[in-house]
Design a protein around this ligand. Sequence first.
Ligand SMILES: Cc1ncc(COP(=O)(O)O)c(C=O)c1O
Length: 403
Amino acid sequence: MTEFVKADRLAEVKVSEIVVMSEAARQRQAAGHDVINLGIGEPDFDTPDHANDAAIAAINDHDTHYPPIAGKPALRAAIAALYDGRGGTLRRPEHVLVSSGSKYTLLNAMLASVNPGDEVIMLAPFWTSYADIVRLCGGIPVIVATDGTRQFQPDLDQIAAAMTPRTRWLMINSPNNPSGAILSADALRGIGDLIKSHPQAMLLSDEIYEHIVYSGQFVSVADALPDIADRTLIVSGVSKSYAMTGWRLGYGVGATPLIAAMTAVQAQGTSGTTTIAQAAALAAITGDQSVLATHKDIFQQRRDLVCRHIRAMNGLTTDTPEGAFYVFASWQNCQGWKTADGQILHHDMDFCQFILSKANVVVIPGSSFAMSGYIRISYASSTDDLEKAMTRIADAVASLQPA
Ligand SMILES: Cc1ncc(COP(=O)(O)O)c(C=O)c1O
């Protein structure tokens, strides 16, 4: 039998360290250990009842046929209305493309716009999939690191230096996965100026965590940069805000030529998003919004719990993140330290595997997000589990011997 040969475009798409950690955790669990998974990137809440009810009604009403490719008119209109009156020009249904998760929106956008060799700038730390999606589409990820000692704000000069005539996109994500950081108004203004001075470049703003914002001031590029709206794609969805990860519904908001090109991709990809998920998303977006504040308050208490534990440890450090549901803690103070078994912890993965074996807690290496020296702790878990997990991590860290 001839051996399967995968396509060249997959050559640089590796199995992520998140998958490696999840598999290691599964094996430990199967061996009878009480593993707490703080590696998960999804809210542990239930989808709101009114969204579930709308989906059930859609089924009972036989709303189960092919959808319009770009999304049902009522949902596109409801999403467009979210951006109406916010300064920019993106406010009509034709500016909106509904897709099967905002991850697919990102893939659509890259397939619709990136030619082989085009460059896409992303600010580290960034969500693992950005670089792989760009590579899958033949593009080149260009990584510009932000400064962990300055709450992960970017250095605009470094972004400017990374921009070339091949720069197709500059991708930003605020609030950020994994750091929870929110881009400052100055940073956004500077980014807008850079886009203006590079006419071939566009701005992709991933705002999927827009409703999970605590102390800081999150400002959408819809409000901050209305003058470049025709060269901006805003990406968001219902997964994180409404605890609807499994419904697979996200959207992009951008100028009509871009949305039309992305719709052409979607026509050959999924043919559109499940009608039932669209009904649920419409109810979530237009229904009772009190769930947003309820989730945010719970997340904030959990964030404070995790930060309190970290500050009491000799080894990990963190600022208080302003949004999303992750703490991106530095372990640089104990990098190179030795475990009781004599293993020296050099890399993020060493540290995460040590935490898994010693504390039975899953955390994700910062290197997965293109920034080493950190671990990502998701606090989308119950207070009891977080309390238990953080106590175990503290004990594990306390068992390390300085080099
Ligand atoms: C920054 C960021 N963008 C996009 C997504 C994808 O979300 P979904 O495809 O569920 O809409 C995630 C999920 O973890 C994320 O963290």
